[in-house]
Design a protein around this ligand. Sequence first.
Ligand code: X2X
Length: 339
Amino acid sequence: MARQISRRLLIGATAAALPLPGLLCARGDAPEFEMKMGNDNPMSHPNTIRQQEAVDRILKETNGRVKISVFPNNQLGGDTDMLSQLRSGALEFMTLSGLILSTFTPLSSIYGIGYAFPDYKKVWAAVDGDLGAMIRASIDKAGLYGFEKIWDNGFRQISSSTHPIRTPDDLKGYKIRVPVSPLWTSMFEAFGAAPASINFNEVYSALQTKIVEGQENPLVNIETAKLYEVQKYISMTRHMWDGFIMLGNGRNWRSLPADVKAVISKNLNGSAEDQRNDYANSDGTMHALLEKQGMVFNEPDPEAFRQVLITAGFYDKWKEKYGAEAWAVLEKYTGKIGS
Ligand code: X2X
């Protein structure tokens, strides 16, 4: 169902993305601002569909003055490559997990602490509230611009080609791919697994060639990246929530006229809300689609995994890394973590 919706949306978005001859001719010249936006999501993914909608509205509302082209699916390179391009100004916008960004702005991974958020209500209160403001301030200090509304990257589940993950013991020595981020590596080391840091554009081949047994992602990413072709089991561990921060190159963003920034912000933040709804309503549909592709689901007890993180000192380690002040902001929304 979500795929039809996404296909319908995609067809709509693609058609709308076709050059708007009427608009451009109305000004009779090239756009005043031509910029690029990158992501690591396939064409059929809600990120790509909603980003394309946003840039279409921006082109229209600026009467062809501002043209942002979306390059999905790692077309510009993997996440770490795109982040370097963003920092240099070769790329003007991208969506990136705060945990991958944290190699550059350590505080931006704080929302990804294992089992910190039980539900979306607390997630959005935090990232649309003081926790998000704190993260954006750290991004700003690092010379980038973080848009107010973080996009959703869902609650993450573990997939495997070898065996289902039923208890924390099943993670001992488990060769799992994780995105390039100290927090992801640290969490799976705390579980006793063998995490391998690999960018998303290389995940399918790493699973196919058995470099790793499994990976972890929300169902919509597993489905849209066709990981069901190289995975057999999905264990609904729901071990963390992740978000895609919409980022701009700071220098470029500051150089834009105020009216242009207002139109871009309104439409990107507006599409973030639409994309959040897509994700929040997708798990049931994705579950059915993935089962149809032959994937076998199990529901382990999350508390057993959380206890392992406590015993391994994972929470104490990261509370020290972020500092008591930042941790207090996190716990303002999550309640006490790690006890
Ligand atoms: O790399 C991943 O697993 C993904 C697609 O979820 C992120 O961008 C963090």
